[in-house]
Design a protein around this ligand. Structure first.
Ligand code: FRU
Length: 437
């Protein structure tokens, strides 16, 4: 465990919530995406990968952390949340359908481990009574500063009828002895904020609206709590005009592909106005998005932040299938860097935005990458084609994952990222042991 050293930085030129403008990931930026560049490509995963627990299928995951982002052990235990479904058919004969339909019964499970490598599944994190909606989607599990063992599960309450998606939070306490980790509380849920049609679109403007994946953090510059989330640009779906500022610097004669106006992903941000120390997460002010991908892509999921010296990095996952117009790129994690704090302006990392994509021989092998402050990157195995398959999109040759992929690590140099380490399946690293402060 390395000591966390926070360098004193000059923040006098940083932008604030009062004076920033939304940054744009442009069509020209995305034209620079270079699939299979070894510095930005996930390793090909072994078809015989190990499965963490055959009784469940798991995907988005995250380590227990503090409000500053650091991965935290509790009484020596590594702890992790994950979206899971219980497998109905343990023989795996029906795994394809179970995996395809998983969002419609997703719940948040938890894991614990002595070494960050070998994990025990603990079951449900939230009590059923906490569910205001039937499905629990992604978020963050955060130890509450100033407490012995209180923690908040920020997550997305999702339901089908009527369509609902609300960043929410449920609070509990963590306990551990020599043999296990367990929880109390997590019996109620507070809705944090709703899609307002002003800072992001809502279901009236876009029946496919994205509004989820709360990622709260303390901004080191002003000490306030903010929350990143996945949203879309406010406006009616498909009725956007793609202007020069969305297109960027393209060669003469470049034509924007048809359908570009259907991609309007945005990374949203809200500021907590109620009292964090009392665990009151009921009042937030939504601000304009930090980054938009209008004309480029319709999803920027699970946005999260890493502060490194005087640079602010936002990472967010996206798919090949959600690119629009003639833009294209792999499933993977994309990044944006600011030299002026959380409010930007942001430029796409590696010029293109791509930080880690799947290799073209296994285009759906991993997803939901999460970059920790130590730059280790967790993801899950999605669909892995058999080696040598000529059509990697052919579902008859997939092996479904539903388990964590090998963790990798990045090296960052300003706005450039490099894949430099590959670790074990599902491995996480700890920055610190939890102590009440
Ligand atoms: C990312 C994601 C999240 C969402 C969850 C639903 O893989 O789509 O945006 O919360 O999965 O399963």
């Amino acid at each position: 465990m390395e000591e966390i050293i926070i360098k004193k930085i000059d923040t006098s030129k940083f932008t604030t919530s009062e004076n920033y403008t939304t940054s744009k990931w442009t069509i020209a930026d995305a034209l620079k995406v270079h699939i299979d560049d070894p510095t930005t490509t996930m390793p090909v995963i072994d078809y015989n990968f190990p499965v963490m627990d055959n009784s469940i299928l798991g995907w988005d995951a995250g380590a227990l952390r503090d409000i500053h982002g650091y991965t935290t052990t509790f009484k020596g235990w590594f702890v992790m949340w994950q979206l899971v479904v219980n497998k109905i058919d343990l023989t795996n004969k029906n795994i394809y359908n179970e995996w395809l339909n998983r969002n419609n019964s997703a719940y948040i499970g938890y894991w614990y481990s002595k070494d960050g490598l070998n994990w025990t599944f603990g079951g449900r994190l939230l009590n059923k009574s906490a569910d205001l909606e039937p499905w629990e989607w992604s978020g963050s599990l955060v130890m509450r500063e100033g407490t012995e063992n209180t923690l908040d599960m920020f997550y997305t309450s999702v339901g089908p009828n009527p369509a609902v998606s609300i960043p929410s939070v449920s609070t509990g306490q963590i306990f551990a002895d020599d043999t296990k980790v367990w929880f109390e509380g997590f019996t109620t849920t507070t809705n944090m904020f709703q899609a307002d049609g002003i800072h992001e679109d809502n279901v009236e403007e876009n029946p496919y609206w994205n509004f989820r994946d709360p990622h709260p953090f303390m901004n080191p510059v002003d000490g306030k709590i903010y929350c990143l989330y996945e949203g879309d640009v406010a406006g009616v779906r498909g009725e956007f005009t793609i202007t020069d500022s969305e297109i960027g610097h393209v060669p003469p004669g470049y034509q924007v592909g048809s359908g570009a106006q259907y991609g309007a992903a945005a990374i949203g941000i809200a500021r907590l106005e109620s009292d964090y120390t009392k665990g009151d997460f009921s009042k937030w002010t939504q601000l304009d998005p930090l980054v938009t991908a209008l004309g480029v892509n319709s999803q920027l999921e699970r946005p999260h932040v890493v502060f490194k010296d005087d640079l602010t990095y936002i990472f967010s996952i996206s798919h090949n299938s959600t690119y629009v117009g003639s833009s294209t790129g792999p499933d993977g994690v994309y990044g944006f860097v600011s030299r002026n704090g959380i409010f930007g302006p942001y430029e796409p990392m590696n010029s293109s935005g791509l930080v880690l994509g799947n290799p073209s021989t296994a285009p759906l092998e991993t997803y939901s990458h999460f970059v920790a402050p130590d730059l280790s990157v967790q993801s899950f195995i999605n669909y892995l084609p058999a080696a040598g398959t000529t059509d990697p999109y052919n579902p008859t040759t997939y092996r479904i994952g539903g388990t964590l992929a090998p963790t990798v690590r990045l090296t960052l140099e300003e706005s450039s990222s490099f894949l430099t380490e590959v670790h074990e399946y599902g491995q996480i690293f700890s920055d610190k042991e939890w102590v009440k402060k």
